[in-house]
Design a protein around this ligand. Sequence first.
Ligand code: NDP
Length: 312
Amino acid sequence: MLTALLVGLGVSAGLPLGALPEMLLPLAFAATLTAFIFSLFLYVKALLAPASALAPGGNSGNPIYDFFLGRELNPRICFFDFKYFCELRPGLIGWVLINLALLVQEAELRGSPSLAMWLVNGFQLLYVGDALWHEEAVLTTMDIIHDGFGFMLAFGDLAWVPFTYSLQAQFLLYHPQALGLPMASVICLINATGYYIFRGANSQKNTFRKNPSDPRVADLETIATATGRQLLVSGWWGMVRHPNYLGDLIMALAWSLPCGVSHLLPYFYLLYFTALLVHREARDERQCQQKYGLAWHEYCRRVPYRIVPYIY
Ligand code: NDP
């Protein structure tokens, strides 16, 4: 809200937001350099951290590997938690801001933003708004619970997300697409379906993990595990083992479609994200196997598909 207020005030005072797209390359370079220097600071800070604050994965003794993966799990100064702050705020807000600047520049170039640009901006604003609205849910993600904070996450959060996730809007600025209402409606339906699955699955698990007796999840079938925690085996989590990834991938498709099918670049996010989620699913699977042993095997027997029903 503070960013929206500052940008609103800036634009009404004459700030040329439409000039931002011309500075994307130097800004991306500056963000990468910032992430690199910040990661050096995090690496040095971890040398002073107690053993209990270190991440399981980023302490191999190989400095390059540990710098990349991150040594300290949740580095903080007083109450300020660097990873929690960086996970959602600078990168996601920066992404939406770049998208908005591209929309403004398109309006300056062509008189008004195209329908395709509205769709890409709208879909991605919904995604970012949703992530910020449900910010506490990040506390149960692998990034926060398992991964150290090093170059991989710092670069991802500060540079990769804002500058590559805005590629569809960047593409549309230079390659305008004629998009009719019927096709736009189909794309909206695809995005809505993806969002429905993504939000339904994530909220169901969060509600269940916070309070398994909550009336919204109390009727769902579960498997008991030796740790005392239970695994959902009906509802969204009985359909596939990662329904939230399925919803996310359907949305990724909807973000690319307004850019047409003449070029591969707008589909970069969909391809990269598929690879990321397949790899992430395999990592999570390994961790759950270690955590839950036989109960996880039983879950996999009952819910055989990982992300896409009957396919994968
Ligand atoms: P998840 O939110 O899917 O969490 C996985 C954890 O959920 C498991 O480790 C396990 O932890 C718990 N779990 C798994 N199966 C069950 C079950 N049947 N019942 C109850 N709990 C279960 O993982 P992520 O952190 O990977 O993803 C969070 C969201 O962020 C997803 O929607 C993902 O798509 C999105 N995302 C987006 C990215 C982007 O760049 N746009 C990047 C990465 C993720 P435990 O049992 O310990 O609770």
